[in-house]
Design a protein around this ligand. Structure first.
Ligand SMILES: O=C(O)c1ccccc1NCC(=O)[C@H](O)[C@H](O)COP(=O)(O)O
Length: 231
C-alpha cells in the first residue's frame, strides 16, 4: 500500500463497509453515516435474514451514489454462475465467500471488470494462498458452510500478522460492533473493517436480522474512523 494511504500518525485511514443491507432506508443511512461501501448479500446457500433476491440486489446497488462502493456479496459454486450474477446486479465490487479455489478465483477475477474481494476464514492455514487472486482479502469468522454474518470475533493478533505479511489490502470482519471496532483497528491495523450483525436493530432484547439500527451505524463509522459522531 502506498504511503498516501497513511495519516500523519502513520496509521492508514480505515475504510468502512456495512454489509447485509436489505432496505433502501438502511442503504441511505449507511451512506449518510459516511461508510465507504455498502454490501448487499444475494444468492447464498445459507439461511440468513440478510439475503435479498437478485432484483432487490440490483435495485439496492443501483441506488448507491457515486464515490461510495456498492458490493455484491455472494457464494457462487462456479465461475460462470458468479459472472452471471455480476452481470445482472452491476455492482462496483464483488465479494465472494465459499468454495471457489484460488485458481477459480483468479479465473473469475480475469472475467470481471470490478474489484474482487475474497472472504477467507481467519482460522484457516491457507489464507495466504488466496492473496494472489484477490484485490482485497476479507478476513472473517466464517460458519461451517463458508458464509459470513456470524457476529463472532476471531484472533485479531493472528489477523494482524496477515496484514503485516501481505501486500493485498486486508478487511477485518467478524463480530465487530460500535464498542469493539476501535480496539480492533488499533490491534489489527487493517485497510478496512466490515460489519453486518453488529449494527442491526435490537427489539425487546432480540436482534432483528437484516434491519440496521441507524444510530449504531453512525457510531460504528465514527468509532472505526475516529470521526465525531454525525448529528
Ligand atoms: O451476512 C450474512 O448473512 C452473509 C451470509 C453469507 C455470506 C456472507 C455474509 N455476510 C458477509 C459480510 O461481509 C459480513 O459483513 C461479515 O461476514 C461480517 O459479519 P458480522 O460478523 O455479522 O459483522
Amino acid at each position: 500500500m502506498s504511503d498516501a494511504s497513511h495519516t500523519e500518525s502513520g496509521r492508514s485511514a480505515t475504510r468502512v463497509k456495512v454489509c447485509g443491507v436489505t432496505r433502501e432506508s438502511d442503504r441511505e443511512a449507511v451512506v449518510a453515516a459516511g461508510a465507504d461501501a455498502v454490501g448487499v448479500v444475494s444468492d447464498v446457500p445459507v439461511d440468513t435474514p440478510r439475503e435479498v433476491d437478485a432484483d432487490t440486489a440490483a435495485d439496492l446497488l443501483a441506488g448507491v451514489p457515486p464515490l461510495v462502493t456498492g458490493v455484491l456479496v455472494t457464494m457462487p459454486t462456479t465461475v460462470e454462475a458468479a459472472v452471471g450474477l455480476v452481470e445482472d446486479a452491476e455492482p462496483d465490487a464483488v465479494q465472494v465467500h465459499g468454495g471457489l479455489s484460488p485458481g477459480e478465483l483468479g479465473a473469475l477475477s480475469r472475467r470481471l471488470s470490478q474489484d474482487l474481494v475474497v472472504a477467507v476464514d481467519a482460522g484457516a492455514d491457507d489464507v495466504r494462498d488466496y492473496a494472489d487472486a484477490a484485490d482485497a482479502l476479507l478476513v472473517d469468522s466464517v460458519d461451517a458452510a463458508g458464509g459470513g454474518g456470524t457476529g463472532e470475533t476471531h484472533d485479531w493478533e493472528r489477523t494482524r500478522e496477515i496484514v503485516a505479511d501481505l501486500d493485498v489490502p486486508v478487511i477485518l470482519a467478524g463480530g465487530l460492533t460500535p464498542d469493539n471496532v476501535a480496539a480492533a483497528v488499533e490491534t489489527v491495523d487493517p485497510f478496512g473493517v466490515d460489519v453486518a450483525t453488529g449494527v442491526e436493530r435490537v427489539e425487546g432484547g432480540e436482534r432483528v436480522g437484516g434491519e440496521k439500527d441507524h444510530e449504531a451505524v453512525r457510531e460504528f463509522v465514527a468509532a472505526a474512523t475516529r470521526r465525531e459522531v454525525a448529528a
